[in-house]
Design a protein around this ligand. Sequence first.
Ligand code: UDP
Length: 236
Amino acid sequence: MKKIKMLYEGKGKKLYSTEETSVLIAEFKDDLTAFNAQKKGKEIGKGELNCKISSFLFELLEKNGISTHYIQRLDEQNILCKEVKIIPIEVVARNVATGSLSKRLGIKEGSVLPFCLVEFYYKDDALGDPLINDEHCRILGITNSQEELEFLKSQAKKINLILKDFFDSKDLKLIDFKLEFGKDTKGNIILADEVSPDSCRFWDKNTNEKLDKDRFRQDLGDVKFAYEEVLRRIIT
Ligand code: UDP
């Protein structure tokens, strides 16, 4: 499968059309952004690592009954995926308080939450991706269907159970993560975007060392080492 035309360039990936209708190629970039792209950087090799990690995790989710846009990995930096219309909601699932949750509500960093908290953020860079609730989604015209919103929440919780158990077996704590869903050509809602250390937080089970994009956000150094370590653990 060949790239025909670049359709879209996002912060972490480029999307290309292919010879086949409704089948795209996603290329994972080395660019890193944080704080709504106010902080920018680049880490050579990060695209490859995220491509491999994300492909592995999409395959794991598919094996466990989650429908995703993932078709197959093409090479080091490219995957083949189904074309979807992205639903402009960032679905965040959290097991442990940190980041914006701790800041917003004063919940101590590292507190284990009593259950998996699912939140919606409106995917709009100009507004800084604000936190929204179900009624905001309806007023914004994102969806008129409460059932669709309930489906997003239940998928996020199912995905959390699958990933949390898997990462636990690799001595990693899945702290929180962000998902994006889209509608395929038949109108089915499927998981899209990526699942990688750019969109998830992983802490080492024994030391709580951060092994994700927080190393870039917080200038902790060894960004590539952390992503390599996540890949090494998941494939061994
Ligand atoms: N996240 C993401 N993209 C965003 C915002 C958040 O992938 O634009 C992920 C982030 O990596 C973390 C989770 O969503 O795993 C929750 O992030 P949080 O709301 O705490 O935001 P932050 O502290 O990054 O501002």
